[in-house]
Design a protein around this ligand. Structure first.
Ligand code: F6P
Length: 321
């Protein structure tokens, strides 16, 4: 079987571990494995090169993606998708594995309308916002990156008894904010999945101060409906009569060496994708749900919503009391 692999959309730590597993397990099981450089655009530009086991040496521990990534405008068009299908057919490919987030899964679903090769998606995004897997590749590392930063901010916040708003990534989802917020003992977590008014936030902060808390941390997902941390921080400062400090963590969350959890998840899903292809299964996202490796049709990965842990969510005010 001749297999192409690519990474698309925002990079995520341990994408490299997935590429390594796909390449090595694939070659070991008599497949030819090709790397597409630059995401879906790389198919259109024919940046497709054969990989061997040594091509993926020394990448297991590295963040980013050695295949590089992209967000191709051309591939979003039907003409682009048809062109990609023709290139894959002309070059004799049987299968394509793409690692990325919801945009990547949409790209695979679109390509399936024009190409009859086998398609498999791997969940690679720090946002963890794909249905069909409990965790996405890169999420754990991003949360740990943010955690480290939050712990440092807590030190300086305590030294001055300050209120801090810390913005984390998550344009459409609050998984990073939620996990980091719980793990750092935030007084409030603002995310797209929940609704909080400035007045409610002000009450939470003022009550924390009344209880003699030495610092107050508020974690804000960048996609929160109230706006970004800067906007919310200004409104909150006016309401509580204290200048709130704001830190935006930004891209630092997306880089760095992946955690053991992400390396293992990526390795399992990479190897599983090859096993799926060789046993005739394709047309979906491979993921891990309740400890089992499963495949979910592409469309469900973005039409169905993976919920936040409602029990833990309900405990927030008790935990930060
Ligand atoms: O990878 C997902 C994500 O980190 C989002 O949380 C964020 O909004 C977005 O990517 C930003 O990435 P870029 O600037 O590369 O589009």
């Amino acid at each position: 079987m001749k297999i192409a692999v690519l990474t698309s959309g925002g990079d995520a730590p341990a994408m490299n571990a997935a590429i390594r597993a796909i390449t090595r397990v694939g070659i070991h099981r008599n497949c030819e494995v090709y790397g597409v450089f630059g995401g879906f655009q790389g198919i259109l530009d024919q940046q497709i090169h054969e990989l061997n086991s040594r091509s993926v040496s020394r990448i297991l521990h590295r963040g980013g993606t050695f295949l590089t990534t992209g967000r191709s405008e051309e591939f979003k068009t039907e003409t682009g998708q048809k062109k990609a299908a023709k290139i894959l057919t002309d070059r004799g490919f049987d299968a394509l594995i793409a690692i990325g987030g919801d945009g990547t899964m949409r790209g695979l679903a679109a390509l399936s309308q024009h190409w009859n090769g086998k398609l498999i998606g791997l969940p690679g995004t720090i946002d963890n916002d794909l249905y069909g897997t409990d965790y996405t590749i890169g999420f754990d590392t991003a949360v740990n990156n943010a955690l480290e930063a939050l712990d440092k901010i807590r030190d300086t916040a305590e030294a001055f008894s300050r209120t801090f708003l810390v913005e984390v990534m998550g344009r459409h989802a609050g998984f990073i904010a939620f996990h980091v917020g719980v793990a750092t003992g935030a007084s409030a977590i603002l995310m797209p999945e929940t609704r909080t008014t400035i007045e409610e936030l002000a009450q939470t902060v003022m009550k924390a101060k009344e209880r003699a808390k030495s610092s107050v941390l508020v974690v804000v997902a960048e996609g929160d409906e109230l706006g970004n941390a800067d906007t919310i921080g200004k409104a909150l400062s006016v309401r509580i009569g204290e200048k709130c400090r704001v830190s935006v963590l930004g891209y630092i969350q997306r880089g760095g060496n992946p955690t053991h959890f992400d390396r293992l998840l990526a390795t399992k899903l990479g190897a599983f994708s090859i096993e799926c292809l060789l046993s005739g299964q394709s047309g979906g996202l491979v993921g891990e749900v309740n400890g089992e490796l499963v495949m979910t049709p592409f469309e469900e990965t973005w039409t169905k919503k993976k919920p936040l842990d409602q029990w833990l969510l309900g405990l927030l005010s008790e935990l930060s009391s």
